[in-house]
Design a protein around this ligand. Sequence first.
Ligand code: HEC
Length: 237
Amino acid sequence: MRTLISALFIGLMSLTSIQAMAASGGVHLDPVELDLSDKASLQRGAKTFVNYCLSCHQASFMRYNRMAKDIGLTDAQVKENLMFASDKIGDTMTVAMRAEDAKKWFGVTPPDLSVISRARGTAWLNTYMRSFYLDDEKTTGTNNTVFKDVGMPHVLWQQQGYLSHDEETGHLEHATEGELSNYDYNVMIADLVNFLAYVGEPSKIQRLELAKWVLLYLFLLFLVVYPMKKAFWKDIH
Ligand code: HEC
């Protein structure tokens, strides 16, 4: 039984890694550690998302007031820091730009990012946001190692700086420095991916919190039931 389980486990693991390779066209993906219980990380990710992504992409499955509660902010804090003045707290996270304009400007409509963490996987997202590189042949000026000829510009160039790409080795190197160190930029992206993972499966936060109570309940139940069992069976040998 043990060997059967480990065989199944290994089989599953290799399946997921093959899937990850296929999605990246053979480029190595950098995994990222997620922590949906880290509210500070989710708040930083939300801020990055609202400031740098929401102008083009929407997350139409997510409402501001639900997000506020889940990531540990009050409605007032979200209204003040994370919303356009014209939006209402019960609205979904949509964009001001019209889809037709976006198509005209970028050639493609920026997709809704509500479930992108599940569609692409978080390692892919993490790598994607770190792998824009200079490319003269592109109108945006940049290309991406995991999304060839992507229509999206490198929106976080101020933070990361620009990278150049060695075609032969696949190696990325700084051509210009950004405001953030590599380490801080990676943290910024990890927080953003953490936030997108939350947006992709918001009920997971509640499940994790509920799980704690279920375990506590089972533990307390055990404390009651075990002495009872002992008492009942005391005289039976
Ligand atoms: C200036 C507009 C613009 C901004 C700002 C922008 N994007 Fe994009 N993004 C695009 C466009 C256009 C595409 C479609 C690219 C394509 O299909 O070639 C895209 C594609 C993507 C994809 C790939 C989706 C897929 O098809 O799998 C992801 C992921 C993504 N963006 C994430 C982000 C994140 C995260 C931010 C904020 C840090 C952001 N984008 C900011 C325009 C934008």
